[in-house]
Design a protein around this ligand. Structure first.
Ligand SMILES: Cc1cc2nc3c(=O)[nH]c(=O)nc-3n(C[C@H](O)[C@H](O)[C@H](O)COP(=O)(O)OP(=O)(O)OC[C@H]3O[C@@H](n4cnc5c(N)ncnc54)[C@H](O)[C@@H]3O)c2cc1C
Length: 366
């Protein structure tokens, strides 16, 4: 039995130095019992949150660890406050999502019923189809899914260890967590790096398949304006331009009532070519295209770089189950049978992957 197994869930170990200096390290250990299975999920994006909800409903003890400051991963919202021009609320990752799969539709119907999401418009994709977004913000959907889960934010996992029939996870801040089952949902290059740092070797055909997965980058610019933009209702436009792919008015979307908040998404080509360009120049370049949709002055801005915004290629299956060294499942938007016809619509894929991973685990541990 390892030291961790002697601890109650959430116990804190205070390690005193021999010379009685102040505490040098605080270590949390999640223990497991024979009666209750436990699952650690790396990544609090939509795939991790959906899998976590499914498993917890079936009595499995779920802990989610995410390096981000907020829950949701690429389902992201940020605020910019300005004394004179109020608070702008920006969805700056996923903008909206659509539904094709009946399984996902059931979740979406519940979120609609609970007032967490709304139909933004039917006019945002090439085909007429409901496009949903969070009523308050897209991150709010992630917060809703996280509300009953044990979530640890600003918790970057740096090592995973399989020993004594369970996974032990080490975080950057020196905390430790333990469980029987592990689900990994970060973008594939980040998961591969973590496995390598942990000296966990994948079978080479699987490793090389994972290494072939690639992503498009995206640079997002958040603009706080002095007055309402000229972007036509419902407030989101796809552009056919070399540099700018998408422009959205969060005020018209209904999530930024107090501030005129506009989100810009650059194209993969522009993002690639300007990745190291300084923020002010990125904004200047994108404003050349965006300005005709703004009709107002920019009072503040922020730039966010998404290295892994959308999968360019997919893994070909809904999840990746591994039995060695212990039970480990990889999930996320890359785990899909085929790429989206519409390259920007991947949230449903991430959700379906999380659901499939959850189902697989439930059957496996029955
Ligand atoms: C700019 C942009 C626009 C988009 N627009 C749309 C859209 O309009 N419609 C749509 O359907 N989709 C859209 N998408 C895609 C959609 O957001 C994603 O497909 C989906 O959110 C992915 O979810 P996920 O759970 O697979 O991954 P993520 O949301 O990326 O979750 C992975 C999580 O892992 C965490 N993590 C990584 N490494 C570690 C570590 N070592 N320790 C702890 N945590 C770690 C990360 O912090 C992250 O939260 C967009 C994405 C971007 C970036």
């Amino acid at each position: 039995m390892t030291q961790a197994n002697h601890l109650a869930c959430g116990d804190i170990i205070i390690i005193a130095l021999p010379d009685h200096k102040p505490i040098c390290q605080i270590k949390e250990m999640k223990s497991t019992t024979n009666e209750q299975k436990s699952c650690l999920i790396i990544g609090g994006g939509i795939s991790g949150l959906i899998a976590g909800n499914m498993l917890q409903r079936q009595g499995i003890k779920v802990t989610i660890l995410d390096k981000g400051r907020g829950i949701g991963g690429r389902l992201a919202t940020r605020r910019i406050r300005n004394e004179s021009y109020g608070q702008g609320v920006f969805d700056y990752g996923a903008q909206f999502f659509t539904v094709s799969d009946p399984q996902f539709q059931k979740w979406v119907d519940q979120w609609l019923e609970q007032g967490i999401i709304k139909e933004w418009s039917k006019q945002l994709t090439n085909i007429e189809k409901p496009c949903y977004c969070g009523v308050e913000s897209n991150r709010n959907l992630a917060q809703y899914l996280a509300k009953d889960l044990d979530v640890h934010l600003q918790t970057r996992v740096i090592k995973i260890i399989w020993e004594a029939d369970s996974w032990t996870i080490e975080t950057e801040k020196g905390h430790g967590f333990q469980a029987n089952i592990l689900i990994m949902t970060p973008p594939i290059p980040q998961s591969l790096a973590l496995l390598e740092d942990s000296d966990i070797t994948l079978p080479s055909p699987i490793k090389s398949r994972l290494e072939q997965v690639t992503y498009y980058p995206c640079m997002t610019v958040l603009l706080l304006l002095d007055k309402l933009s000229l972007i036509p209702k419902p407030g989101g436009l796809r552009l056919k331009d070399y540099s700018l792919a998408w422009i959205a008015c969060n005020h018209k979307k209904g999530i930024s009532p107090e501030g005129f908040a506009v989100t810009l998404h650059s194209t993969p080509e522009f993002s690639q070519n300007n990745w190291d360009t300084e923020d002010s120049l990125v904004v200047e370049k994108l404003l050349k295209v965006a300005t005709s949709w703004l009709g107002s002055t920019v009072v503040d801005y922020q730039v966010h770089r998404w290295r892994y915004s959308h999968p360019k290629t997919v893994y070909g299956e809904l999840y990746l189950p591994l039995d060695q060294p212990g039970l480990l499942i990889m999930a996320g938007d890359v785990f899909s049978a085929m790429p989206s016809l519409d390259l920007s619509l991947n949230l449903e894929k991430a959700t379906l992957s999380g659901l499939a991973a959850g189902n697989y685990l439930l059957q496996k541990i029955e």
